[in-house]
Design a protein. Structure first.
Ligand code: PEP
Ligand code: MN
Length: 337
């Protein structure tokens, strides 16, 4: 349940509503999202309780939502969300290709890759400055220096850029430097980080956690949305299963399902799902056919020398030839690339 308040609801009105909710044993939470004041309830309300609440001042509408996530739900917002990032629409008819290296290694590396990507269907450049690695001995990223390089290359090539934020203290500086903030799989349930990007004024790519259920993933999106940021792009990147021949198991069913459950755009990262480049073309095509609104793919101009995830990086030429097939699939399902 979600109680939407009128724009003119006073503090006194809201207090009165919350006293009644407390009396009814309803855990409730007042928040403002997208310039609308709301009170979210974990549990449902009975018909007589709804009648009682509707008699109070300050209520515009009660959204009878049965899912634990509310703002992210298709029952709350019927029209699909289309997110703009520096002129690129994500979630519209056109499928978006986001590509770039796993990590920013140097200005020379990012410039060389971006220069080549400009001649492909890529419309947003991915690259990480902060690298949460499984091993503390692996390359950890260029951090703030990397952000500066990302921004410089963005200015030179005029392409929107995205990067991961891993620490609540870096959200402001990351939001200042890039067009889209990414929350990595390992941080999907870092609730303080989700709340902080909820306050940012930039779209957020929210990766599905390694072992997160679809419901947990949508609840993570809800954290960002209820803290003020409605621009969430969900990203399926494979989940942990018993299978070890691939890095993760790409759960394409979740893409089809989440597109039914939520109005938010859904993209797929085949690179971290596979962990090996040979199957990336096949699963990328399948992702588009399953309804993904975009792909997040790792590429490198010299994968054997990559400081991170070289094994799964496509050459830019390979991405270009893959996009010929992706476009055919997009057209077959009434979309474009
Ligand atoms: C990434 O996209 O750079 C990354 C680390 O992916 P994930 O968070 O999905 O592991
Ligand atoms: Mn990577």
């Amino acid at each position: 349940m979600l109680i939407q308040l009128t724009p003119s609801a006073t503090a006194e009105d809201i207090h009165g509503i919350q006293i009644l909710l407390d009396h009814l044993g309803q855990v409730n939470c007042l928040f403002e999202s997208n310039h609308k004041k709301m009170i979210g309830l974990e549990k449902g309300l009975k018909d007589d309780q709804i009648k009682m609440i509707l008699q109070l001042k300050g209520i515009e509408k009660i959204h009878a939502l049965t899912t634990p996530y509310k703002l992210a739900s298709i029952a709350f917002k019927k029209e699909r969300t289309v997110i703009q990032a520096r002129g690129v629409a994500i979630g519209g008819n056109k499928i978006v290709l986001i590509a770039g290296p796993c990590a920013i290694e140097s200005k020379k590396q990012l410039s060389a890759i971006t220069q080549k990507l400009r001649n492909t269907k890529t419309s947003i450049i991915r690259a990480s400055a902060y690298k949460p690695r499984s091993s503390p001995y692996s390359f950890q990223g260029l951090n703030e220096e990397g952000l500066k390089i990302h921004k410089e290359v963005q200015k030179e090539h005029r392409m929107p850029i995205e990067t991961e934020v891993t620490d609540i203290r870096d959200v402001a500086i990351v939001a200042e430097h890039v067009d889209i903030i990414r929350i990595g799989a390992r941080n999907m349930q870092n609730f303080d980080l989700l709340k902080e990007v909820g306050k940012a004024k930039k779209p957020v790519i929210l990766k599905r956690g390694l072992s997160a259920t679809v419901e947990e993933w949508l609840l993570a999106a809800e954290y960002i949305m209820m803290h003020g940021n409605p621009e969430v792009i969900l990203c399926e990147r494979g989940i942990r299963t018993f299978e070890t021949s691939m890095r993760n198991t790409l759960d394409l069913s979740s893409v089809a399902l989440v597109k039914q459950l939520s109005h938010l755009p859904v993209i797929v990262d085949p690179s971290h799902a596979a962990g090996r480049k040979d199957i990336i073309p096949a699963i990328s095509k399948a992702a588009i056919a399953a309804g993904a609104d975009g792909l997040l793919i790792e590429v490198h101009h010299n994968p054997t020398a990559a400081l991170c995830d070289g094994k799964q990086a496509l050459l830019i030429e390979e991405l270009a030839s893959l996009s010929v097939d992706l476009e055919k699939i997009a057209i077959a399902i009434g979309r474009s690339l």
